[in-house]
Design a binder for this molecule. Structure first.
Ligand code: ZN
Length: 207
């Protein structure tokens, strides 16, 4: 498990920024981990702000809410550069659901860190096909610290890294439909994908 290099900037005259990325599949606890770090920063009397994509409206508009209901107030934004101004007066900036932002999130996080802000981004590393998701892979490359948290495979109980979509829809983003997904390990993810392909082929034959 990741241990913060520092919780706050202490009494340093010179502020030093960096980027932390917390990734994992659905149900891996990445938002909980983001909130844990932000709460610790608040205890250290850091000025903390949280941002999330405006399209993530599953829960209350102004809260980053994780699945176990610990929450921190947050600001929904449409484009990453809207974070720059409000974040400039922060010591620590949290960004949730980073995968839903466009690639410019990488540059925004770099700018903030360059100016002394500690930036913590949580997000899905892979989409339901097992492909790298949005700006997350590039963020992992430029981050000082990357933590991959794991879920538990609902089929076999092994460590899970995939978000398996039970429904057949081909859209990359299915919002507010956590019921449509389950965490799976590599083996069970592959099995499920094969089953879906076979079902699809059987369906095609019927028509
Ligand atoms: Zn499994």
């Amino acid at each position: 498990m990741f241990i913060e290099p520092r919780v706050g900037n202490g009494r340093d005259a010179a502020r030093r920024g960096w980027i932390e990325v917390v990734v994992g599949s659905m149900f891996s606890g990445k938002t909980e981990e983001l909130i844990r770090r932000l709460n610790r920063a608040k205890i250290a009397r850091q000025r903390v702000e949280i941002f999330k994509p405006a399209l993530d409206t599953r829960y209350h508009e102004l809260d980053v809410v994780s699945h176990n209901a610990t929450s921190i107030r947050s600001t929904p934004v449409t484009f990453p550069n809207e974070i720059l101004l409000p974040a400039s007066s922060c010591d620590v900036v949290g960004i949730d659901e980073g995968q839903f932002f466009d690639e410019s999130l990488v540059e925004v996080c770099n700018q903030l860190a360059d100016h002394g802000v500690r930036v913590i981004v949580a997000g899905l590393d892979m989409d339901y096909r097992g492909k790298p998701f949005g700006p997350m892979p590039a963020l992992m490359a430029v981050a000082e610290y990357v933590t991959k948290v794991h879920a538990v495979c609902v089929c076999c109980g092994e460590i899970a890294t995939y978000s398996f979509r039970k429904a057949a829809s081909a859209e990359q983003v299915l919002l507010g439909e956590t019921d449509s997904y389950e965490a799976r390990c590599r083996h069970c993810f592959l099995e499920g994908q094969q089953e879906k392909t076979e079902l699809h082929a059987a369906d095609a034959l019927k028509h």
